[in-house]
Ligand binder design. Structure first.
Ligand code: DX5
Ligand code: ZN
Length: 204
C-alpha cells in the first residue's frame, strides 16, 4: 500500500508544532522536509536547526530533500539534525554513487531525484545504489504547483526496472500530488506520495 509523506513546506510555520502533531494524529509515519538554497532553486526554505527542532517534536521518519547546489557540504549537518534519509539531485552529481555511499556510511537512507525535464533512463543505472527514487512532478522550488502528468511514465519505467532487477528502492513522487491524481500515481507504481499543499490545507 502506498504511503503519504506530508511536506512541511505546505504547513503554517507559525503553528509548526500543531501542524506536525496533526500529521501524527492522521497516522503519518514520514515527513518530507524541503531544503532550498536560493541557488539550485529560486527559493530559500529552512536549514538543519529547524530539522533538529522537528525531530524533537515527532517520531516520524524524516525524509530530507536537498535542493542544494552543493548538497554534500550539508550531509553531516542534516544527519546530526535527525534526518533518516537524505536525497539529492542527479543534476548536481551526474556520477552520484560516491555520494550515495557517503550518505549510507552515515547510517541513513540515500535518495536520488530527477527534475521533470530529465529522462528517467538517466537515473535507472544508479537506482541499485539508492534506497529512494524521488521523481519530481513539478520543477522544484515552490509548493502549490500543478502536477506534471508526464512523470507517470517515468514512474512506470522505474517500477519495471526496480521489480525486474529485484531492487528494494522505493519510488516517491513529489509535487502537485492531491486527491485528483493520487490513485493514478499509485497505479503507476509509486510507493510514497509527497503532499504539501493538499495535506496541510485540507480541513480534515
Ligand atoms: C517542491 C518540493 C515539494 C513541495 C510539495 O519544490 O520539493 O516537496 O513542497 O508541495 P506540493 O504538494 O504543494 O506541490
Ligand atoms: Zn520535496
Amino acid at each position: 500500500m502506498a504511503e503519504i509523506a506530508p511536506s512541511v513546506l505546505g504547513a503554517d510555520f507559525a503553528r509548526l508544532g500543531e501542524e506536525i502533531a496533526s500529521a501524527g494524529e492522521a497516522g503519518v509515519n514520514m515527513l518530507h522536509l524541503d531544503i532550498m538554497d536560493g541557488h539550485f532553486v529560486p527559493n530559500i526554505s529552512f536549514g538543519p536547526a529547524v530539522v533538529a527542532r522537528i525531530d524533537q517534536l515527532t517520531d516520524a521518519y524524516l525524509d530530507v530533500h536537498l535542493m542544494l547546489s552543493e548538497p554534500e557540504k550539508y550531509f553531516d549537518d542534516f544527519v546530526k539534525a535527525g534526518a533518516d534519509a537524505i536525497t539529492f539531485h542527479l543534476q548536481v552529481h551526474p556520477d552520484p554513487v560516491p555520494y550515495a555511499r557517503q550518505i549510507r556510511d552515515m547510517g541513513v537512507h540515500a535518495g536520488i531525484s530527477i527534475n521533470p525535464d530529465i529522462p528517467v533512463d538517466n537515473v535507472l543505472p544508479y537506482l541499485e545504489h539508492f534506497d529512494l527514487f524521488l521523481a519530481m512532478s513539478v520543477f522544484p522550488g515552490f509548493g502549490g504547483q500543478k502536477f506534471i502528468p508526464e512523470v507517470l511514465d517515468k514512474v512506470r519505467t522505474a517500477r519495471k526496472h526496480i521489480d525486474s532487477n529485484g531492487l528494494a528502492t522505493k519510488i516517491m513522487i513529489d509535487g502537485g500530488v492531491d486527491l485528483t491524481n493520487a490513485a493514478e500515481v499509485v497505479a503507476a507504481g509509486a510507493d510514497i506520495l509527497v503532499m504539501g499543499t493538499a495535506f496541510f490545507s485540507a480541513h480534515d
